[in-house]
Structures are given as C-alpha cells and as structure tokens.
Design a protein around this ligand. Structure first.
Ligand code: ATP
Ligand code: MG
Length: 214
C-alpha cells in the first residue's frame, strides 16, 4: 500500500494513542470497541489503522504490513524487536512486570533454600532472564491468559505478570514479591518504511514526540 498503515490493539492502547494521533492530525473514523471492522479508515485518505492483537503489533510492523505501531515493552521484549525502529517511549499503558505468589507463600525463603520453583507466565523471555540473573532455578510454564489462576489451581508456585493497581492480584489472594521491569508502550516503525516513506512518516513521528513532551 502506498499510504500509511498504523497497527494498534484495541482497548487501552487504542484509547491512549488517540490523543497522539489527533496531535498528528489523524482521526480514526470508527471505534474498534463497537465496530467489527479490522481496517479502520481515518480522516486522511492516505492513512488507515489496522486493529490487531497486542502481541501481533510488532509482527505486522516487522514485515511491513503496517508502517507504524504502538506496542508494550513487555510485547517488544518477547518479540525481540527485529526489523523495528523504536524511536519513542510514549509513556502510555504504564504498568509493572512483577513476580507474584499466593499470600502466605514465603518466596524469599524458597529462593534462599534454592528450591526449584514452578512459574507460570505469558512472558517467557522476560521471566527466563530475570530468574537466570538472580540464579534462581525455575520451571517456566507458558500460559496465554489469566496467570492469576495458576497458583490457585495448583499449576505453579508463582507467576510473572503485569500489575497496575494490584486489584486483580488482591482479588485472587496473591501478593507481588518482586519488581522486574517498568512497562510502557512505544512507537515502533518499520525500518524500510522509514527510508521509503520518510516525507510522510517524519511529520507523524515529530507530532507524536511533541505530544509526548507536552
Ligand atoms: P489480550 O488482552 O488480548 O490477551 P494483552 O493483555 O496483551 O492481550 P492488553 O490488555 O490490551 O492486551 O494490553 C496491551 C498492553 O498494555 C500490554 O502489552 C501492556 O504493555 C499494557 N498493559 C497490560 N496490562 C496493563 C495494565 N493492567 N495497566 C496498564 N497497562 C497494561
Ligand atoms: Mg489484557
């Protein structure tokens, strides 16, 4: 496509990206929460938005199916970032990557004893690096959702998950015991598109940068 395609996930990333798009003069013509369309036109004939799963955004941009996208640092670490230029931390969708365990589980003691822990997570790369750096032996169990259930159902001793308010942990009698990373979402750009479509992309990147500063 000759125009510009922007990959976004619905929910918090779409909502929090809207003001940045507006600053670049781009207004999506439909809301993905209510529309079933996966390709959303904007007020500009040459700009469209594709709505994809949060963890698929880097893949669309890597292969050039989208020129730009917005993705969480969590998702970018798991993807690896190949083919992506990451010019800007947008400071949106902020949360923390944490280790959490059931209330009453003595995590520090288990670590001190050198126990082998079963850890359930969607974020295998992040979790593997974290525990390797600490010298903690873990068996990682890959899940695709509802990590909070794993310790309660006896699948794992601990989870690695994203936490913002802590409300979900609390509701499931879990406590955060270790902070791994601060997470926010970044603007990502296809490296080839940045060269080939520079005149059209630069004003958008500049507008985003100014809006983030403000
Ligand atoms: P899905 O909900 O479709 O399984 P997902 O959980 O990755 O996928 P979202 O919930 O929309 O998708 O999260 C998108 C991004 O927002 C995440 O990659 C992360 O960077 C960030 N995020 C996730 N949970 C929170 C949260 N509770 N508070 C703030 N930001 C969050
Ligand atoms: Mg989610």
């Amino acid at each position: 496509m000759d125009g510009i395609t922007i990959a976004l996930s619905k929910g918090r990333i779409f909502e929090e990206t809207l003001p940045l798009l507006a600053a670049a003069g781009i207004v999506p013509q439909e809301n993905p929460e209510t529309s079933r369309k996966l390709i959303i036109p904007t007020n500009r004939d040459d700009v469209r938005v594709v709505v994809v799963r949060a963890s698929d955004v880097p893949t669309y941009v890597q292969y050039g199916a989208a020129d730009l996208g917005v993705a969480g640092r969590d998702v970018l670490i798991e993807h690896g970032g190949e083919g992506l230029y990451q010019p800007l931390d947008l400071n949106i969708a902020r949360c923390r990557m944490m280790v959490a365990v059931p209330e009453g589980f003595d995590y520090e003691n288990a670590v001190r004893q050198g126990a082998r822990l079963k850890v359930a997570t969607k974020y295998l790369t992040t979790a593997r690096e974290h525990f390797a750096a600490k010298g903690v032996h873990v068996d990682l169990i890959k899940l695709y959702g509802s990590m909070e259930l794993a310790p309660l159902a006896g699948l794992a001793d601990a989870i690695v998950d994203l936490v913002s308010s802590g409300g979900t942990l609390k509701a499931n009698k879990l406590v955060a015991v270790e902070h791994i990373l601060d997470i926010s979402s970044r603007l990502i750009v296809n490296q080839a598109a940045l060269k080939l479509k520079r005149e059209r992309l630069t004003p958008i990147l500049d507008a985003f940068a100014r809006a983030v500063q403000a």
